[in-house]
Ligand binder design. Structure first.
Ligand SMILES: CC(C)(COP(=O)(O)OP(=O)(O)OC[C@H]1O[C@@H](n2cnc3c(N)ncnc32)[C@H](O)[C@@H]1OP(=O)(O)O)[C@@H](O)C(=O)NCCC(=O)NCCS
Length: 162
């Protein structure tokens, strides 16, 4: 079972390994530098201190090493979005599915959401598979600019609070 935990500045080097290789092919498009990792962590910690809270971020830790990041963002009073990224060499063990399941529980049980949405690049079907396994439904597409320029029909999923 993966553990989700708060990130700290010590996680910056691990985060540069997460945002690298195939993991960024259909997300940010660029590897994260150590400085950028520190900024990302500082931002996550600052947003965690806001009231009302609009963002939750957790490190994904299967054993003792941080191998991914998952975030929940408030978009409206009752709707949140989930995003996640895992280090390439940790794929295929069900870690993303476990992490999304845990965040869905937090979102509905303690963060007060009644609807969650998530989206992924059309060439990244593993991400959609994760959402389907957790119970999300594919609801359509949204044309979005990719970091390389052209638009792509991102696949959009939703989950209602049971
Ligand atoms: C998407 C991602 C999170 C998956 O992580 P993971 O830990 O390997 O996910 P899981 O092991 O929980 O599940 C992956 C599922 O996708 C399936 N899968 C893998 N490659 C696939 C492909 N090319 N086509 C279809 N399904 C695929 C796996 O078989 C598995 O499903 P199964 O359990 O039914 O066999 C990981 O690839 C990643 O970090 N990608 C880059 C970041 C990203 O795209 N994030 C999503 C945007 S929010």
């Amino acid at each position: 079972m993966v553990t989700l935990r708060t990130v700290s500045p010590d996680d910056a080097p691990a985060l540069t390994h997460v945002y690298n290789g195939a993991s960024i092919r259909y997300t940010t498009g660029k590897p994260l530098t150590l400085d950028q990792a520190h900024v990302k962590i500082r931002t996550a910690l600052a947003r965690a201190a806001e009231t009302p809270r609009a963002q939750w971020s957790w490190g994904i830790v299967p054993k003792d090493e941080l191998i991914g990041l998952i975030s929940l963002r408030r978009r409206t009073l009752s709707m949140g979005t989930i995003s996640y990224i895992l280090r390439e060499d940790s794929w295929g063990h069900g870690y993303a599915t476990q992490a999304v399941n845990q965040v869905v529980s937090v979102a509905f049980a303690t963060a007060g959401f009644n609807r969650l949405e998530a989206m992924h690049h059309p060439d990244n079907p593993a991400s959609g598979r994760v959402l389907i396994k957790v119970g999300f439904t594919h609801i359509g597409t949204s044309d979005r600019h990719t970091d390389s320029g052209p638009t792509a029909p991102y696949q959009v999923y939703a989950l209602q609070k049971p």
